[in-house]
Write a protein that binds this ligand. Sequence first.
Ligand SMILES: Nc1ncnc2c1ncn2[C@@H]1O[C@H](COP(=O)(O)OP(=O)(O)O)[C@@H](O)[C@H]1O
Ligand SMILES: [Mg+2]
Length: 248
Amino acid sequence: MNAVTMPRAESATDAPFFSVRDIHAYYGESYIVQGVSFDIAEGDIVALLGRNGAGKTSTLRTLARAQDPQLKSGEIWLGDLAVHTLKDYQASQSGIQFVQEDRRIIPGLTVEENLQLSQIAEPKGWPLEKIYEYFPRLAERRKQEGVTLSGGEQQMLAVARALARDIRLLLLDEPYEGLAPVIVREIEKIVAQIKELGITTIIVEQNAVAALELANRALILDMGQIVFDGTAKSVLESPELRNEYLAI
Ligand SMILES: Nc1ncnc2c1ncn2[C@@H]1O[C@H](COP(=O)(O)OP(=O)(O)O)[C@@H](O)[C@H]1O
Ligand SMILES: [Mg+2]
């Protein structure tokens, strides 16, 4: 077939991997996410940065279709899937996995039961054997109650639960939060492995340098709006951006 004469397909393959278009979201009357737009290519690691209270968590919650904040307008597309029309569980079934800051380990359940719970509904991701191969620490502690793990291990479990689901986009909210520096380095290794696996990721992190060193893209939020969209390297190299929005 002659490629030149082939009609250009108007198909999902033309759509960006993940596209956020002018989203506005509210907690009740509080207008927090104020017209955020960006596109992400498959395999991108995006550092979503900004001062405390800038709206990073709220943005991730909106993307994961959490009940709060409520999305009032705008669109979210995962390929040709209209994520803005979905509920949180449907977003998760579609491969948007959200690892929240507080990790949400279920009390009363062992490590293994926490993992099994995330595989109750289809579609499943990695089998438990593969997860245990990747996280030997979780394998050792599989019979231990999840909430009794150390902070670093709980973060591992939270990421492992996301991998136990079918995953197309990983949203990580402050994975290093509250962890000792030596543990942070362990979690950094895990995030670096996630990058090696080619899992498209948005990572929010107070430790902007750590996030930027891992990421290829950076978005900076301020007062619920994107004030920078570019390469991670350009943020690391910009004293102005670092000063103004990141305080680093
Ligand atoms: N549940 C909520 N109800 C009302 N306002 C909220 C709620 N959660 C966060 N906010 C407000 O939204 C703004 C952005 O918060 P957040 O998204 O948590 O910022 P970040 O994660 O960047 O620190 C802040 O002004 C915060 O007070
Ligand atoms: Mg936050």
